[in-house]
Ligand binder design. Structure first.
Ligand SMILES: C[S@@+](CC[C@H](N)C(=O)[O-])C[C@H]1O[C@@H](n2cnc3c(N)ncnc32)[C@H](O)[C@@H]1O
Length: 263
């Protein structure tokens, strides 16, 4: 029997990890979904809201993509035509390095109706959850959000530009390029610049290290920090009460604590 529902795609941001950091509008979209296609960074607890939907994992696990982007695009169109309302659930915000706009562009060519539900991006939500204020009066007037790895698998050139400014810099997908990032900062700025790296931010598996441009590579290796993680660089990192206590707890007798002149 042919589906009588109007084919529709809603691209939904699931937030940075903690299931409670999704929006009410996103939950309503999940409740209303006939199909949910979700990515690897999505907290699977959220799938409980998709009470009547067919649920398909389309993300990347152990380095392997379950589906290519072209296959996902085609799947959205065929599922929407067959079942009606497809929710594409993505980590963070779907328009921050999330390919949400590409999926919309593709399906609209096939007459599929579209809507977007924004989410809290890890770029904003993860620093905030550990107490880092990306802007701060007298300290940082702006912030950059940059990808560490472009579609050519290279470090974004914007990291060079950003490292010359006093802005706070937030780098996503940058862990494989950490050494390159550090050497750019060593060239353009001071070794004492604070930096925080947070893996699995807002989840119960969260891990973080805080140091300086000089100390961070060692701290990352010692604490076995890896992807998915965000890198936050700038003076704002040291002005965070939560991280100050983190410094005291973990590194009291270490050089990074002295470098930052924390009281
Ligand atoms: C493909 S991007 C997607 C970003 C997503 N659209 C957003 O707005 O957060 C994936 C990268 O986001 C960052 N990321 C996403 N969730 C994270 C989390 N909970 N903790 C730390 N980094 C996270 C990591 O840098 C990861 O490699």
């Amino acid at each position: 029997m042919r589906n009588s529902k109007i084919p529709k795609l809603t691209i939904v941001g699931a937030g940075p990890g903690d299931a409670e950091l999704i929006t009410l509008k996103a939950i309503k979209a999940l409740e209303n979904a006939d199909v949910v296609l979700y990515d690897a960074l999505v907290n699977e607890e959220l799938l409980q809201y998709a009470v009547k939907a067919e649920i398909v994992f389309v993300g990347k696990r152990l380095g392997c993509h379950a589906y290519t982007q072209d296959q996902i695009n085609e799947l959205i169109v065929s599922m929407a035509n067959r079942f009606g309302h497809v929710v594409r659930l993505k980590g963070g915000d779907p328009f921050v390095f999330g390919r949400g706009s590409e999926e919309i562009e593709y399906v609209e060519k096939f007459g599929v109706e579209t809507a977007v539900v924004p989410g809290i991006s890890s770029a904003l939500g993860v620093p905030a959850s550990v107490g880092i204020s990306l802007t701060q009066r007298q300290v940082a007037e702006s912030f950059w959000v940059i990808t560490g790895t472009t579609s050519n698998h290279e470090l974004s050139k914007d990291v060079y530009l950003a490292s010359k400014s006093a802005a706070t810099v937030v780098i996503l997908m940058g862990m494989h390029k950490l050494e390159e990032i550090i050497s750019i900062y060593k060239e353009n700025r001071t070794d004492d610049l604070p930096i925080a790296i947070i893996q699995n931010g807002t989840k119960n598996t969260e891990q973080k290290v805080v140091g300086t441009i000089r100390s961070i590579t060692k701290l990352v290796a010692e604490n076995k920090i890896s992807s998915p993680a965000i890198i936050v660089i700038g003076e704002v990192v040291k002005n965070t009460s939560k991280l100050t206590s983190y410094f005291q707890e973990h590194f009291e007798d270490e050089f990074i604590f002295q470098n930052l002149n924390l009281e």
